[in-house]
Structure formats: structure tokens, C-alpha cells
Design a protein around this ligand. Structure first.
Ligand code: ASP
Length: 316
């Protein structure tokens, strides 16, 4: 059993064999997962062996491109002693027309015990969870959800700010097409943060009345006295470009720069889930500055995914 008494208590009641989004997690489960991630981070930094997934085979089924998420799931699985299998979709039978479910069942029959799935179709991990016996972790589905990104964002924000209760977090940009934003809009209010969203109207449609979230009239209102700011890539691969006249005009109106960040609290950090398009949603200078937590977000990806894999596998 991994875990200090507190962490162990918090995770003991973890009932899920899936992580499809964060909206089905209770506050206690979120806290348990974050506490386990913090503990695993410390043990990994101390180069302690954690072999709780020794007998597991984690299948990485990525039907969409990924750098950070895929690599960090692979490192997370290996750090816990698991073997990993990389399903390269271009080279698999998925490229020959095999259905998602048949492909995942094939993975299961070959001995894969946990499946990490990224897919362009919103809801694909839910279908997978209904159709296979293996634990499923959603590594991003369409515009819908990216739960491990939201968990690592919450951990990164807590590292920088401490408790999030009463903190103002501004999320700027293509909220409507961003699975990262959607999962954060579930998670951050649950942790007590006051979340403001800002962007061109087409990028904010449908979020009026979302619990714990305010739609700002303009960028300045969202940034005013913000404790942290998260900016987002425009999801051009999801036809998001139709909501803006041009990238240059978007950058002029909504791109985050050091000057614009002056409206926020003096030390307010900036987050971005990556990949960044510097000069569009964030200036190169700001992305590389001390205010940027982008590198820290990437680093936190591994321990958060370790915690999630351990929890859904029932290994802790
Ligand atoms: N990497 C994140 C995702 O997969 C954010 C992005 O691609 O803009 O959703």
C-alpha cells in the first residue's frame, strides 16, 4: 500500500475503474487523487521504487496527435512498474477500418489491463468504458473533456497559490472548443475558485449560467485582479477558426502579453496546456517569463497520471 495515513484514507474509498471526466468525482476523491499525486511526486523525486503496477500492462491508444499527454502517461505507467503498449493508430488495424471497440477488445485480449484513450470523437471513452472490461482513462476526447489535464492544472495552481478557495482564475480564449477548459470549468469551482472566462463571442457560446463561472464582458474584466490566468490554443482542427476573422486580429484582441497581464494581481501566474502558438494566444516573451507555469504543468503531468493509473487499477 502506497500512502501516508491521510492519503491512504483519502484514496481508500476510490470507487471508480474509469476516469472519463472530473464531473463524476466527489470533492474527497479529487483531494485524494491530488494528495496521492503530491506524494508520488516526492517519492519519484527521491528516486524511490513504486512498483504498484508491476503486473499491469497499460495500453496507450492515441487516435489523435499528442506529445505531453502520451509521453507523461507512458512515463507514469513505467514509474509504477507497468509495461506499456503503444497503439500506433496509423500502423494498426484501426487504419484498415476496424472499429474502436474491436480494437480496444483486441488490446484487452492480448493482456492489456488498463487503456488510456485519446480520440477526436467526444464521448469515445464512455463508449469504451461500456464495451470493454479494462479500466479506461480519458486522455482527451474531442471538445468534451481532458480530466488529467484539469487535475494537473489544479495541482500546478495549488503549488503556486496554495488553496484555491476564493481565488479568481481567468480562462481566456477558445473555451467552446477546448476540452481542457471544459474539465477545468468543472474542477476549479469545485475547489472553491471563482472562474471567469473571456474571448470572442463564438468561443464562449453556451457557458452562461455554468455553475461557479462568470462570462466576462471583455478581457480586462476577466484579468482584473485575477490570481491566475489560463490561456488556450485556438482549436483550429475542430473548425474553431470560423469564430474569428484572422489569427492576427485574434492576437491583437485576445493574445496575452506582459502588458495585458498587468491588470491581474502583480504576481499572478500564467498557465497554458500546450502546445502554444506563440504570438497568437500568448506572446513568446510571456511564455518564457518567470510568470509562466507552462513548464511546471508539464512536470506535474507525470505524478498526476501516476496517481490516476494507480487509482483506476485499484493498486493503492
Ligand atoms: N493538449 C491539449 C489537448 O489535447 C490542449 C490543446 O491541444 O490545445 O486538448
Amino acid at each position: 500500500m502506497i500512502g501516508s495515513p491521510t492519503t491512504a484514507d483519502a484514496v481508500a474509498a476510490w470507487p471508480h475503474r474509469y476516469l472519463l471526466d472530473v464531473d463524476h468525482l466527489s470533492r474527497a476523491e479529487i483531494e485524494g487523487c491530488l494528495a496521492l499525486a503530491v506524494e508520488m511526486r516526492a517519492r519519484r523525486e527521491a528516486r524511490e521504487r513504486m512498483d504498484v503496477l508491476r503486473d499491469e500492462i497499460v495500453g496507450l491508444a492515441f487516435y489523435e496527435p499528442s506529445t505531453r499527454t502520451r509521453v507523461s502517461f507512458e512515463l507514469a505507467a513505467r514509474a509504477l512498474g507497468a509495461t506499456t503498449v503503444d497503439l500506433s493508430v496509423a500502423g494498426s488495424s484501426a487504419g484498415k477500418g476496424e472499429s474502436l471497440i474491436d480494437t480496444l477488445r483486441t488490446l484487452e485480449r492480448t493482456g492489456v489491463t488498463t487503456i488510456v484513450l485519446r480520440h477526436a470523437a467526444s464521448g469515445a471513452p464512455y463508449l469504451a468504458a461500456r464495451s470493454t472490461g479494462a479500466p479506461i482513462v480519458n486522455a482527451g476526447d474531442g471538445t468534451h473533456a481532458h480530466p488529467t489535464q484539469a487535475l494537473l492544472d489544479a495541482l500546478t495552481l495549488r503549488d503556486a497559490l496554495g488553496e484555491l478557495h476564493g481565488r479568481k482564475v481567468a480562462i481566456v480564449g477558445d473555451v467552446a472548443h477546448s476540452r481542457v477548459a471544459r474539465s477545468n470549468l468543472h474542477l476549479l469551482p469545485r475547489l472553491g475558485a471563482s472562474v471567469w472566462i473571456a474571448g470572442p463571442p463564438a468561443f464562449l457560446a453556451g457557458f452562461q449560467g455554468w455553475p461557479g463561472v462568470r462570462v466576462a464582458a471583455d478581457l480586462d474584466e476577466a484579468l482584473l485582479d485575477a490570481d491566475a490566468v489560463m490561456t488556450l490554443r485556438i482549436q483550429l482542427e475542430r473548425a474553431a477558426g470560423g469564430g474569428i476573422p484572422s489569427l492576427a486580429e485574434y492576437a491583437a484582441g485576445w493574445g496575452l502579453t506582459t502588458e495585458r497581464l498587468a491588470k491581474a494581481r502583480p504576481t499572478a501566474p500564467v498557465l497554458h496546456p500546450g502546445p502554444t502558438n506563440e504570438g497568437v494566444e500568448i506572446s513568446a516573451e510571456l511564455a518564457a517569463s518567470e510568470r509562466s507555469l507552462i513548464g511546471r504543468q508539464v512536470m506535474n503531468g507525470v505524478p498526476v497520471r501516476m496517481a490516476v493509473l494507480a487509482l483506476v487499477s485499484g493498486a493503492v
